[in-house]
Design a protein. Structure first.
Length: 216
């Protein structure tokens, strides 16, 4: 059976026992200087995430298996879903047990940086920095963060307009389903970035870098 493209969370990201992770926004901006000495910046492309993952030491045989899976992504030709291992669930709901099978949705889009939500559990707490994901266009993945803390309405579960980042892609509309449990984005591995490092002869760690893509 052919491996999926992208590889899903259970088939890839959940297999890594991580000891260190970098998960940062990379801004695609150009700078210029005015005649009055003012530096200005302009977006040249959407801000996308860059990830660097380092596993804990594992038996060499297990490490070889993980490397085979990584190599199946053919460098940067295929993709896999990744989430931020530092905060896979809201800090107020560490195991995702409160949100459970509940599927919130986007409500009103004031602009691409300010939106409201419907359908959270009543009184659900959303701390500053909570990650959330939206699948759009059937095979594209948005991954963003709450730039403000919010608490869902204690009766309806609605969440008042809140600032987020990065901006929602234009094709995401009201009613889109939202995930806060291991919300993920599509990443392509940086070619030649993945390698095993020996740890005492019997064990190895694996490190690799990846870059987010909105590609289908």
């Amino acid at each position: 059976m052919a491996l999926a493209n992208p590889l899903g969370i259970a088939a890839f990201a959940d297999l890594f026992k991580v000891q260190d992770v970098e998960f940062v926004q990379s801004f695609m901006q150009q700078s210029s200087m005015t005649g009055g000495g003012e530096r200005r910046y302009a977006d040249r492309a959407p801000a996308l995430l860059k990830a660097k993952i380092t596993t804990i030491p594992m038996l060499n045989a297990e490490a070889e298996g993980i490397m085979a899976l990584i190599n199946s992504r053919a460098g940067g030709l295929k993709s896999a879903l990744l989430y931020n291992y530092r905060l896979p669930f809201p800090a107020s709901d560490p195991g995702g047990t409160i949100i459970g099978a509940t599927v919130p949705t986007v409500n009103v889009i004031t602009d691409r940086l300010h939106i409201s939500f419907s359908g959270f559990p009543a009184g659900y707490e959303i701390p500053l920095g909570t990650w959330f994901g939206i699948v759009f266009g059937t095979s594209r993945y948005y991954l963003g963060q709450f730039a403000e803390a919010r608490t869902a309405n204690p009766v309806t579960g609605s969440v008042a307009s809140v600032e987020i980042f990065p901006p929602l892609p234009a094709s995401i509309a009201s009613g889109a389903e939202v995930s806060v449990s291991k919300p993920s984005a599509k990443f392509k591995l940086v070619p030649n970035s993945a390698f095993p490092a020996s740890q005492g002869g019997l064990h190895s760690t694996i490190e690799f870098s990846a870059e987010q893509t909105y590609g289908a």
